[in-house]
Design a protein around this ligand. Structure first.
Ligand code: SF4
Length: 445
């Protein structure tokens, strides 16, 4: 079947599998901070990764689906950082004394909304008394408000990776998504980061309003000219029905149709590979020297809520409003509102509002979905009934040549890696047992 026809056939709503079970299927709606601390204590080992959600942005980008708060009031910085530190101190009391931090990631929102001084105070407070000799640190940055001082301060603290939110350089697209940033602005911050010694990632999006293939080609050309170490190429998730997203200011009719979107993905992935980038996993490309490329070649790539990583940590603590924590056997999410987050912390409570404790079956499927996402292959489950069901669901993908099943082994063919979410969906028991409304998830391709 022709690739375009396949895209049409398989471009259905589906999860992005940053967790399994995916958030709409989490069962423990009333999980409390106390319950969560008990789960964490059961997790073995003394290594830990930390994700810190810094939710403030000065301006709303209308394509955004993140948990953020739009404000120009920088007086919020100090109390928010105080709260994050307080949250961490609560956790610390319940974690092993000889902790080793393996990863810190600052996400948002806009981490560079915060002044270098506040970020400095935050990181010193988090890492105080903890072994960070093996710690990999990265942050997300908005090219319009990241200063040289941000770059230098964070580098001195140990940060080595910066992820620049680019999306697209076309003015009509930028106007529609309410995010104007010139090539000059990006180049300026990119060059400074490079000079200081950062590994640089550029985030791009395809499928944005008014973004035709020419706009994407031009953005890709500008991007490879700067030669970032990594490029993340995300499909725009149009989910205006989810409360709190900023997706307004354009109509469905302004979005590129499925044919343009599939041509965009195909063009971009071929182009980036031709330019010397390696396809890492879903949506990601990296130069051969990058540690993600090395991990792909060694078969040691991992994926968690923060994206692809080379660190396998069984305990990730999410700090800040809406942040998600992961103890492998369970997930927990913090309150999604700044005010309720702050007030829980001020009462001395971990601000968890929901979570999920994984069953043995969940854990087995979680491992398989992770293998598909990182290695594009996995094995069928041992349980005969379960295995038969999955093989039945995979049959159309096998007939269409997207996957190959050889005895127990399921492999996604290299040219069809863009269909990885569809393959994962065949393993997803929750999705099959309780299908969700059409508009719960974005489309897979
Ligand atoms: S895309 Fe980033 S900067 Fe824009 S509103 Fe969303 S979180 Fe803020």
């Amino acid at each position: 079947m022709e690739s375009k026809t396949l895209v049409k056939k398989y471009n259905v709503p589906g999860p992005r599998y940053t967790s399994y079970p995916t958030v709409p299927y989490w069962k423990n709606e009333h999980l409390t901070g106390k319950d969560w601390l008990k789960v964490l204590k059961k997790t073995k080992g003394n290594t830990i990764s930390i994700y810190i959600h810094l939710p403030f942005c000065e301006q709303l980008c209308t394509f955004c689906g993140c948990h953020k708060r739009i404000t120009k009031n920088h007086a919020i910085e100090e109390p928010y950082i105080n709260a994050v530190l307080k949250e961490w101190f609560i956790y610390k009391k319940h974690l092993p004394a000889d902790l080793t931090l393996t990863e810190i990631h600052l996400g948002g929102g806009t981490p560079t909304f915060f002044s270098p001084n506040e970020l400095h105070r935050l990181i010193l407070g988090i890492t105080d008394g903890i072994n960070i000799s093996e710690c990999r640190m990265g942050f997300e940055a908005h090219p319009n408000n990241t200063t040289e001082e941000h770059l230098e301060t964070l580098f001195k603290l140990g940060f080595r990776r910066i992820s620049l939110g680019i999306q697209d350089y076309n003015l009509q697209v930028q106007t529609a998504i309410h995010r104007i940033q010139t090539v000059h602005q990006v180049l300026n911050i990119h060059n400074k980061a490079k000079e200081i010694g950062y590994s640089i990632n550029h985030d791009l999006i395809y499928g944005l309003p008014f973004q035709d293939l020419n706009a994407l080609i031009s953005t890709l050309n500008i991007t490879v000219e700067m030669r970032p170490d990594r490029i993340a190429l995300y499909s725009y998730a149009h989910v205006p029905w989810i409360k709190g997203t900023g997706q307004r200011g354009y109509n469905e009719a302004d979005l590129p149709n499925e044919t343009i979107k599939s041509e965009s993905y195909e063009y971009a992935s071929h182009f980036l590979i031709k330019q010397g980038y390696l396809s890492i996993g879903m949506d990601h490309f990296a130069l051969p020297h990058d540690e993600l490329s090395i991990a792909v070649n060694n078969g040691t790539l991992h994926r968690n809520f923060m994206g692809y990583t080379i660190q396998k940590s069984t305990r990730i603590i999410g700090l800040g409003m809406s942040a998600i924590s992961d103890a492998w056997f369970g997930f927990a999410q913090n309150s999604k509102h700044v005010e309720s987050y702050l007030s829980s912390i001020n009462r001395g409570e971990i601000p968890i509002f929901r979570g999920h404790l994984l069953t043995a079956k969940d854990l087995e499927i979680r491992t398989k979905i992770l293998e598909l996402m990182c290695k594009f292959q996995t094995t069928l489950p041992n349980n005969e009934n379960h295995r038969i069901q999955i093989v039945e669901r995979l049959a159309p993908l096998e007939t269409d040549g997207i996957i190959e099943i050889n005895k127990d082994q399921v492999t996604i063919q290299p040219e069809f890696r863009g269909f990885v979410r569809n393959v994962c969906m065949c393993f997803d028991e929750h999705l099959f047992n309780q299908p969700r409304k059409e508009n719960t998830f974005s489309k897979t391709i």
